[in-house]
Design a protein around this ligand. Sequence first.
Ligand code: NDP
Ligand code: PYC
Length: 340
Amino acid sequence: MTISSSPVRLSLDEAYELSRDVLSRNGMNAQHAASVAQSVVAGQRDECQSHGMYRLLVCVKGLRSAQVSGNAQPDVFDVSAALTRVDAHAGFSQVAFAAGVDELIRKANEVGVAALAINNCFHFSALWQEVEMLAERGVAAMAMTPSHACVAPAGGSKPLFGTNPFAFAWPRPGDFPFVFDFATSMVARGDIELAARNQQSIPEDWAIDACGQPTRDPARALDGAMLTFGSYKGSALSAMIELLAGPLIGDWMSFESLAKDAGAAITPHHGELIVAFGLNKFGGGDGCAKSNLARAEVLFHAIVDQGARLPSQRRFAARARSLREGVQIDRALFDEINAL
Ligand code: NDP
Ligand code: PYC
Protein backbone atom coordinates (compact mmCIF):
# COMPACT_ATOMS: atom_id res chain seq x y z
CA MET A 1 0.00 0.00 0.00
CA THR A 2 1.30 3.45 -0.87
CA ILE A 3 0.78 6.05 1.81
CA SER A 4 0.43 9.48 0.23
CA SER A 5 1.77 12.54 2.01
CA SER A 6 0.77 14.99 -0.68
CA PRO A 7 -1.61 17.77 0.40
CA VAL A 8 -5.32 17.28 -0.15
CA ARG A 9 -7.31 19.70 -2.29
CA LEU A 10 -10.96 20.30 -1.42
CA SER A 11 -13.56 22.58 -2.94
CA LEU A 12 -14.89 25.17 -0.50
CA ASP A 13 -18.15 23.23 -0.31
CA GLU A 14 -16.31 20.00 0.50
CA ALA A 15 -14.23 21.78 3.15
CA TYR A 16 -17.37 23.23 4.70
CA GLU A 17 -19.26 19.92 4.68
CA LEU A 18 -16.32 18.04 6.21
CA SER A 19 -15.93 20.67 8.95
CA ARG A 20 -19.64 20.81 9.72
CA ASP A 21 -19.93 17.03 9.82
CA VAL A 22 -16.99 16.66 12.20
CA LEU A 23 -18.49 19.25 14.52
CA SER A 24 -21.99 17.76 14.34
CA ARG A 25 -20.71 14.24 15.00
CA ASN A 26 -18.96 15.60 18.08
CA GLY A 27 -22.09 17.07 19.60
CA MET A 28 -22.68 20.50 18.07
CA ASN A 29 -26.18 21.50 17.12
CA ALA A 30 -26.83 22.63 13.54
CA GLN A 31 -26.48 26.36 14.29
CA HIS A 32 -23.17 25.98 16.10
CA ALA A 33 -21.76 23.55 13.56
CA ALA A 34 -22.68 25.82 10.64
CA SER A 35 -21.26 28.93 12.31
CA VAL A 36 -17.99 27.37 13.42
CA ALA A 37 -17.52 25.46 10.14
CA GLN A 38 -18.00 28.70 8.21
CA SER A 39 -15.36 30.37 10.37
CA VAL A 40 -12.66 27.68 9.99
CA VAL A 41 -13.30 27.35 6.26
CA ALA A 42 -13.02 31.13 5.87
CA GLY A 43 -9.61 30.91 7.59
CA GLN A 44 -8.55 28.07 5.30
CA ARG A 45 -9.89 29.91 2.25
CA ASP A 46 -7.90 33.06 3.08
CA GLU A 47 -4.80 30.95 3.79
CA CYS A 48 -4.72 31.84 7.46
CA GLN A 49 -3.60 28.31 8.31
CA SER A 50 -3.38 28.84 12.06
CA HIS A 51 -7.08 29.77 12.21
CA GLY A 52 -8.36 27.51 9.47
CA MET A 53 -9.41 23.86 9.62
CA TYR A 54 -6.51 23.12 11.98
CA ARG A 55 -8.78 24.58 14.69
CA LEU A 56 -11.22 21.71 14.31
CA LEU A 57 -8.83 19.64 16.42
CA VAL A 58 -9.08 21.88 19.46
CA CYS A 59 -12.82 22.50 18.92
CA VAL A 60 -13.50 18.79 19.13
CA LYS A 61 -11.20 18.45 22.13
CA GLY A 62 -13.30 21.11 23.88
CA LEU A 63 -16.59 19.45 22.95
CA ARG A 64 -15.34 16.09 24.19
CA SER A 65 -14.20 17.65 27.46
CA ALA A 66 -17.83 18.73 27.97
CA GLN A 67 -16.59 22.17 29.07
CA VAL A 68 -17.62 23.76 25.77
CA SER A 69 -21.29 23.79 24.92
CA GLY A 70 -22.09 22.94 21.32
CA ASN A 71 -25.74 23.79 21.69
CA ALA A 72 -25.83 26.87 23.92
CA GLN A 73 -28.44 29.43 22.96
CA PRO A 74 -26.89 32.90 23.46
CA ASP A 75 -28.91 35.51 25.37
CA VAL A 76 -28.88 39.07 24.04
CA PHE A 77 -29.27 41.97 26.52
CA ASP A 78 -30.15 45.51 25.43
CA VAL A 79 -28.01 47.22 28.09
CA SER A 80 -28.32 50.81 26.83
CA ALA A 81 -28.73 52.86 23.66
CA ALA A 82 -25.11 52.13 22.75
CA LEU A 83 -24.35 48.82 24.43
CA THR A 84 -25.47 45.28 23.73
CA ARG A 85 -24.31 42.33 25.77
CA VAL A 86 -24.46 38.71 24.69
CA ASP A 87 -24.02 35.83 27.12
CA ALA A 88 -22.68 32.93 25.05
CA HIS A 89 -23.41 30.43 27.84
CA ALA A 90 -20.10 28.64 27.21
CA GLY A 91 -20.73 28.27 23.50
CA PHE A 92 -18.42 29.44 20.72
CA SER A 93 -17.94 33.15 20.09
CA GLN A 94 -19.11 32.94 16.47
CA VAL A 95 -22.65 32.04 17.54
CA ALA A 96 -22.74 34.83 20.13
CA PHE A 97 -21.45 37.37 17.61
CA ALA A 98 -24.15 36.38 15.12
CA ALA A 99 -26.77 36.86 17.84
CA GLY A 100 -25.65 40.43 18.64
CA VAL A 101 -24.34 41.86 15.38
CA ASP A 102 -27.58 43.37 14.05
CA GLU A 103 -28.14 45.29 17.27
CA LEU A 104 -24.53 46.51 17.22
CA ILE A 105 -24.93 47.94 13.72
CA ARG A 106 -28.32 49.44 14.44
CA LYS A 107 -27.02 51.20 17.56
CA ALA A 108 -23.81 52.41 15.87
CA ASN A 109 -25.89 53.99 13.10
CA GLU A 110 -28.34 55.53 15.58
CA VAL A 111 -25.94 56.74 18.27
CA GLY A 112 -22.66 57.10 16.34
CA VAL A 113 -20.69 54.64 18.40
CA ALA A 114 -21.84 51.34 19.90
CA ALA A 115 -20.31 48.33 21.58
CA LEU A 116 -21.04 44.64 21.66
CA ALA A 117 -19.72 42.85 24.74
CA ILE A 118 -19.67 39.08 24.41
CA ASN A 119 -19.34 37.19 27.68
CA ASN A 120 -18.70 33.59 28.62
CA CYS A 121 -17.62 32.33 25.20
CA PHE A 122 -14.98 29.92 23.95
CA HIS A 123 -12.94 31.91 21.46
CA PHE A 124 -10.49 30.76 18.82
CA SER A 125 -11.38 32.60 15.64
CA ALA A 126 -9.52 35.22 13.63
CA LEU A 127 -11.08 38.61 14.32
CA TRP A 128 -10.94 39.88 10.73
CA GLN A 129 -14.00 37.79 10.00
CA GLU A 130 -16.12 39.95 12.26
CA VAL A 131 -14.75 43.41 11.51
CA GLU A 132 -14.67 42.76 7.77
CA MET A 133 -18.33 41.83 7.85
CA LEU A 134 -19.15 44.95 9.88
CA ALA A 135 -17.34 47.19 7.37
CA GLU A 136 -19.16 45.47 4.53
CA ARG A 137 -22.34 46.46 6.32
CA GLY A 138 -21.23 50.09 6.38
CA VAL A 139 -19.72 50.76 9.83
CA ALA A 140 -16.09 51.11 10.89
CA ALA A 141 -15.25 48.62 13.61
CA MET A 142 -12.64 47.29 15.97
CA ALA A 143 -12.53 44.05 17.92
CA MET A 144 -10.30 42.62 20.64
CA THR A 145 -10.13 39.58 22.87
CA PRO A 146 -7.73 37.98 25.36
CA SER A 147 -6.78 34.29 25.07
CA HIS A 148 -4.76 31.97 27.38
CA ALA A 149 -1.72 33.40 29.20
CA CYS A 150 1.32 32.55 27.06
CA VAL A 151 3.00 35.93 26.40
CA ALA A 152 5.44 37.70 28.73
CA PRO A 153 5.06 41.44 29.28
CA ALA A 154 7.99 43.39 27.80
CA GLY A 155 10.84 43.20 30.31
CA GLY A 156 9.39 40.08 31.97
CA SER A 157 9.85 36.40 31.23
CA LYS A 158 6.72 34.63 32.47
CA PRO A 159 3.47 34.07 30.53
CA LEU A 160 0.83 36.60 31.61
CA PHE A 161 -0.93 38.06 28.56
CA GLY A 162 -2.68 36.12 25.87
CA THR A 163 -1.77 36.55 22.23
CA ASN A 164 -4.58 39.13 22.38
CA PRO A 165 -5.56 40.03 18.82
CA PHE A 166 -6.77 43.46 17.74
CA ALA A 167 -8.61 44.01 14.47
CA PHE A 168 -9.94 47.07 12.68
CA ALA A 169 -11.95 47.57 9.50
CA TRP A 170 -13.04 50.59 7.48
CA PRO A 171 -15.62 50.44 4.67
CA ARG A 172 -14.47 51.07 1.10
CA PRO A 173 -17.39 51.51 -1.29
CA GLY A 174 -16.93 49.23 -4.30
CA ASP A 175 -13.89 47.47 -2.83
CA PHE A 176 -12.88 45.11 -0.04
CA PRO A 177 -12.79 46.99 3.26
CA PHE A 178 -9.50 48.16 4.73
CA VAL A 179 -8.86 45.47 7.38
CA PHE A 180 -6.00 44.66 9.67
CA ASP A 181 -5.96 42.01 12.33
CA PHE A 182 -2.92 41.06 14.38
CA ALA A 183 -1.97 39.27 17.54
CA THR A 184 -0.18 41.60 19.97
CA SER A 185 2.42 38.86 20.34
CA MET A 186 5.07 38.59 17.61
CA VAL A 187 2.88 36.01 15.92
CA ALA A 188 -0.25 33.99 16.66
CA ARG A 189 0.40 31.01 18.93
CA GLY A 190 -1.22 28.85 16.28
CA ASP A 191 1.74 29.54 14.00
CA ILE A 192 4.16 28.22 16.62
CA GLU A 193 1.93 25.17 17.12
CA LEU A 194 2.00 24.55 13.37
CA ALA A 195 5.78 24.97 13.31
CA ALA A 196 6.01 22.34 16.07
CA ARG A 197 3.75 19.96 14.11
CA ASN A 198 5.85 20.43 10.99
CA GLN A 199 9.19 20.28 12.86
CA GLN A 200 10.21 23.71 11.63
CA SER A 201 12.27 26.19 13.58
CA ILE A 202 10.95 29.65 14.40
CA PRO A 203 12.62 33.09 14.32
CA GLU A 204 14.60 33.88 17.45
CA ASP A 205 12.58 36.95 18.38
CA TRP A 206 9.22 35.16 18.72
CA ALA A 207 9.66 33.53 22.12
CA ILE A 208 11.86 32.60 25.04
CA ASP A 209 12.19 29.18 26.64
CA ALA A 210 11.23 28.32 30.22
CA CYS A 211 14.67 29.59 31.37
CA GLY A 212 14.06 32.97 29.73
CA GLN A 213 16.48 32.37 26.83
CA PRO A 214 15.60 33.12 23.19
CA THR A 215 14.71 29.93 21.36
CA ARG A 216 14.16 28.78 17.80
CA ASP A 217 12.62 25.51 18.94
CA PRO A 218 8.81 25.75 18.75
CA ALA A 219 8.30 23.12 21.48
CA ARG A 220 10.51 25.07 23.88
CA ALA A 221 8.72 28.26 22.88
CA LEU A 222 5.36 26.70 23.71
CA ASP A 223 6.73 25.69 27.12
CA GLY A 224 8.27 29.11 27.70
CA ALA A 225 6.78 32.50 26.88
CA MET A 226 5.98 34.28 23.64
CA LEU A 227 7.09 37.89 23.18
CA THR A 228 4.98 40.93 22.36
CA PHE A 229 5.48 42.71 19.04
CA GLY A 230 7.07 46.16 19.25
CA SER A 231 8.49 45.52 22.72
CA TYR A 232 6.80 47.71 25.36
CA LYS A 233 4.36 49.15 22.80
CA GLY A 234 2.80 45.80 21.95
CA SER A 235 2.96 44.95 25.64
CA ALA A 236 0.88 48.02 26.55
CA LEU A 237 -1.64 47.26 23.80
CA SER A 238 -1.90 43.71 25.04
CA ALA A 239 -2.56 44.95 28.59
CA MET A 240 -5.24 47.31 27.21
CA ILE A 241 -6.96 44.36 25.53
CA GLU A 242 -6.86 42.36 28.77
CA LEU A 243 -8.58 45.29 30.52
CA LEU A 244 -11.17 46.29 27.92
CA ALA A 245 -12.16 42.76 26.95
CA GLY A 246 -11.71 41.49 30.53
CA PRO A 247 -12.60 43.52 33.64
CA LEU A 248 -14.45 46.25 31.69
CA ILE A 249 -16.95 43.76 30.34
CA GLY A 250 -16.89 41.63 33.50
CA ASP A 251 -15.01 38.73 32.00
CA TRP A 252 -11.82 36.71 32.41
CA MET A 253 -8.30 37.85 31.59
CA SER A 254 -5.88 35.48 29.89
CA PHE A 255 -4.23 34.25 33.08
CA GLU A 256 -7.66 33.54 34.55
CA SER A 257 -8.77 31.72 31.40
CA LEU A 258 -5.63 29.57 31.56
CA ALA A 259 -6.14 28.83 35.27
CA LYS A 260 -9.72 27.72 34.58
CA ASP A 261 -8.49 25.49 31.75
CA ALA A 262 -6.47 23.61 34.37
CA GLY A 263 -4.32 21.74 31.86
CA ALA A 264 -7.16 20.61 29.60
CA ALA A 265 -5.56 22.61 26.73
CA ILE A 266 -8.86 23.54 25.16
CA THR A 267 -9.95 26.81 23.56
CA PRO A 268 -9.69 29.90 25.80
CA HIS A 269 -12.85 30.84 27.71
CA HIS A 270 -13.46 34.58 28.21
CA GLY A 271 -15.12 37.57 26.52
CA GLU A 272 -14.72 39.79 23.47
CA LEU A 273 -15.33 43.48 22.89
CA ILE A 274 -16.41 44.85 19.52
CA VAL A 275 -16.89 48.59 18.93
CA ALA A 276 -18.60 50.00 15.84
CA PHE A 277 -18.70 53.57 14.50
CA GLY A 278 -21.61 54.88 12.43
CA LEU A 279 -20.11 57.00 9.65
CA ASN A 280 -23.33 58.93 9.22
CA LYS A 281 -23.08 60.51 12.68
CA PHE A 282 -19.41 61.57 12.86
CA GLY A 283 -17.64 64.13 10.69
CA GLY A 284 -20.51 66.45 9.79
CA GLY A 285 -23.31 63.88 9.80
CA ASP A 286 -25.18 62.03 7.11
CA GLY A 287 -24.54 64.42 4.25
CA CYS A 288 -20.76 64.19 4.71
CA ALA A 289 -20.28 60.42 4.98
CA LYS A 290 -19.71 60.01 1.24
CA SER A 291 -17.05 62.71 0.99
CA ASN A 292 -15.38 61.49 4.20
CA LEU A 293 -15.14 58.01 2.72
CA ALA A 294 -13.69 59.53 -0.46
CA ARG A 295 -11.01 61.31 1.60
CA ALA A 296 -10.10 58.00 3.22
CA GLU A 297 -9.53 56.60 -0.27
CA VAL A 298 -6.84 59.24 -0.83
CA LEU A 299 -4.94 57.74 2.10
CA PHE A 300 -5.26 54.16 0.83
CA HIS A 301 -4.12 55.16 -2.66
CA ALA A 302 -1.16 57.09 -1.24
CA ILE A 303 -0.09 53.95 0.66
CA VAL A 304 -0.29 51.73 -2.40
CA ASP A 305 1.18 54.33 -4.76
CA GLN A 306 4.50 54.24 -2.95
CA GLY A 307 4.77 50.48 -3.32
CA ALA A 308 3.47 49.50 0.11
CA ARG A 309 0.61 47.05 0.41
CA LEU A 310 -2.58 47.38 2.40
CA PRO A 311 -3.13 44.84 5.16
CA SER A 312 -5.42 41.97 4.09
CA GLN A 313 -4.37 42.17 0.43
CA ARG A 314 -2.54 38.84 0.77
CA ARG A 315 -5.71 37.39 2.28
CA PHE A 316 -7.97 38.76 -0.43
CA ALA A 317 -5.66 37.36 -3.12
CA ALA A 318 -5.68 33.98 -1.35
CA ARG A 319 -9.47 34.14 -1.21
CA ALA A 320 -9.72 34.72 -4.95
CA ARG A 321 -7.39 31.76 -5.52
CA SER A 322 -9.38 29.48 -3.20
CA LEU A 323 -12.67 30.47 -4.80
CA ARG A 324 -11.21 29.35 -8.14
CA GLU A 325 -9.18 26.33 -7.08
CA GLY A 326 -10.45 25.21 -3.69
CA VAL A 327 -8.30 24.90 -0.58
CA GLN A 328 -5.24 22.81 0.12
CA ILE A 329 -4.85 20.94 3.42
CA ASP A 330 -1.83 19.21 4.80
CA ARG A 331 -2.39 15.41 4.42
CA ALA A 332 -1.65 14.61 8.08
CA LEU A 333 -4.10 17.26 9.23
CA PHE A 334 -6.74 16.02 6.78
CA ASP A 335 -6.35 12.48 8.15
CA GLU A 336 -6.60 13.71 11.74
CA ILE A 337 -9.74 15.69 10.95
CA ASN A 338 -11.31 12.68 9.25
CA ALA A 339 -10.51 10.53 12.25
CA LEU A 340 -12.59 12.88 14.40
P1 NDP B 1 0.04 38.51 10.75
O1 NDP B 1 1.25 39.07 11.40
O2 NDP B 1 0.20 37.42 9.78
O3 NDP B 1 -0.76 39.69 10.03
C1 NDP B 1 -1.23 40.78 10.74
C2 NDP B 1 -1.87 41.79 9.84
O4 NDP B 1 -0.86 42.52 9.13
C3 NDP B 1 -2.79 41.20 8.78
O5 NDP B 1 -3.87 42.04 8.60
C4 NDP B 1 -1.87 41.14 7.54
O6 NDP B 1 -2.57 41.13 6.32
C5 NDP B 1 -1.08 42.42 7.72
N1 NDP B 1 0.21 42.38 7.06
C6 NDP B 1 1.14 41.39 7.06
N2 NDP B 1 2.20 41.75 6.34
C7 NDP B 1 1.96 42.99 5.86
C8 NDP B 1 2.67 43.89 5.03
N3 NDP B 1 3.89 43.59 4.56
N4 NDP B 1 2.10 45.07 4.73
C9 NDP B 1 0.87 45.39 5.19
N5 NDP B 1 0.15 44.58 5.98
C10 NDP B 1 0.69 43.39 6.31
O7 NDP B 1 -1.04 38.04 11.86
P2 NDP B 1 -0.84 37.49 13.33
O8 NDP B 1 0.07 36.31 13.31
O9 NDP B 1 -0.49 38.58 14.25
O10 NDP B 1 -2.35 37.00 13.65
C11 NDP B 1 -2.94 36.01 12.83
C12 NDP B 1 -4.38 35.80 13.19
O11 NDP B 1 -4.49 35.15 14.44
C13 NDP B 1 -5.26 37.03 13.29
O12 NDP B 1 -6.30 36.87 12.35
C14 NDP B 1 -5.81 37.00 14.71
O13 NDP B 1 -7.17 37.43 14.85
C15 NDP B 1 -5.69 35.54 15.05
N6 NDP B 1 -5.58 35.36 16.50
C16 NDP B 1 -6.71 35.00 17.19
C17 NDP B 1 -6.65 34.87 18.56
C18 NDP B 1 -7.86 34.56 19.37
O14 NDP B 1 -7.76 34.49 20.57
N7 NDP B 1 -9.02 34.39 18.82
C19 NDP B 1 -5.40 35.06 19.28
C20 NDP B 1 -4.30 35.47 18.45
C21 NDP B 1 -4.40 35.60 17.10
P3 NDP B 1 -2.57 39.77 5.40
O15 NDP B 1 -3.42 38.80 6.16
O16 NDP B 1 -3.13 40.19 4.10
O17 NDP B 1 -1.12 39.33 5.33
O1 PYC C 1 -3.18 31.55 17.68
O2 PYC C 1 -2.66 32.78 19.41
C1 PYC C 1 -3.44 32.06 18.78
C2 PYC C 1 -4.78 31.82 19.35
C3 PYC C 1 -5.14 31.84 20.65
C4 PYC C 1 -6.49 31.55 20.68
C5 PYC C 1 -6.91 31.36 19.43
N1 PYC C 1 -5.85 31.55 18.61
